[in-house]
Design a protein around this ligand. Structure first.
Ligand code: SF4
Length: 215
């Protein structure tokens, strides 16, 4: 008999606990070691993760796949790439026959990969000094679809630029600017970025437009 236990919250708690175990370990005070995950996503989110973090809401076991594979180290251990005195640290999910493989969850089949997954894969190709890689998306219906990539220098130079910017902002204790994207909807800092503090003063439309009355 199933009884009336709240299985949904039991499963959510299980997913959250495993997710915490699988999270990339980041030493928030070590500004000279930047993790690849931090610079392919919104820098503001990564900054909050280091300085005033809030737990992310995980949707299901599908979200844990990449972390599980990283933990099992299927042919892939974390590697570092030196950018002056900064270390950029990244880890592929798998390394098979010299091909970097990433697994990502997806809500459905799409025509192109997510930009942040492409940036992650391309950076792994440089960090591991490999030429080709693939991203395998797995949907909730257990369908899978794949995109392949040959490494691109310009794309990696953009990541190097973001590593330097993020490192400078951490050192200067400056919050990065908003990087609005589709990811904001699932971001745990959405309220902080777009709604603000509850007790903040409400601005009238005239004030927002700089048309406040002069006495
Ligand atoms: S809500 Fe958007 S802009 Fe704000 S931290 Fe999250 S991803 Fe970045």
């Amino acid at each position: 008999m199933m009884g009336d236990r709240d299985y949904r919250s039991t499963i959510k708690n299980a997913v959250d606990s495993i997710g915490r175990e699988l999270e990339i370990e980041i030493n928030s005070g070590d500004f000279k070691t930047i993790h690849l995950q931090e610079v392919v996503q919104c820098l503001r989110r990564s900054y909050y993760d280091r300085t005033d973090s809030k737990e992310i809401e995980r949707r299901g076991f599908n979200d844990l796949l990449s972390g599980l594979l990283r933990k099992l180290e299927y042919g892939s251990v974390a590697k570092e790439f030196a950018i002056d005195d900064i270390k950029l640290k990244g880890q592929a999910d798998m390394l098979v026959d010299d091909i970097i493989v990433l697994f990502r969850p997806s809500q459905g089949i799409t025509e192109s990969p997510l930009a942040q997954d492409l940036l992650y894969l391309n950076s792994c190709l440089w960090i591991y000094d490999k030429t080709d890689g693939v991203i395998i998306y797995i949907t909730n219906n257990r369908e899978e679809f794949t995109f392949s990539l040959t490494r691109d220098k310009k794309m990696f130079e953009e990541i190097i630029r973001r590593v330097r910017v993020f490192c400078d902002l951490l050192n200067e204790q400056k919050t990065p600017i908003l990087e609005p994207s589709a990811n904001c909807a699932d971001c745990q800092y959405y309220q902080r970025c777009f709604i603000g503090k509850k007790n903040s003063k409400q601005l009238s439309l005239a004030e927002m437009l700089g048309l406040a009355k002069e006495n």
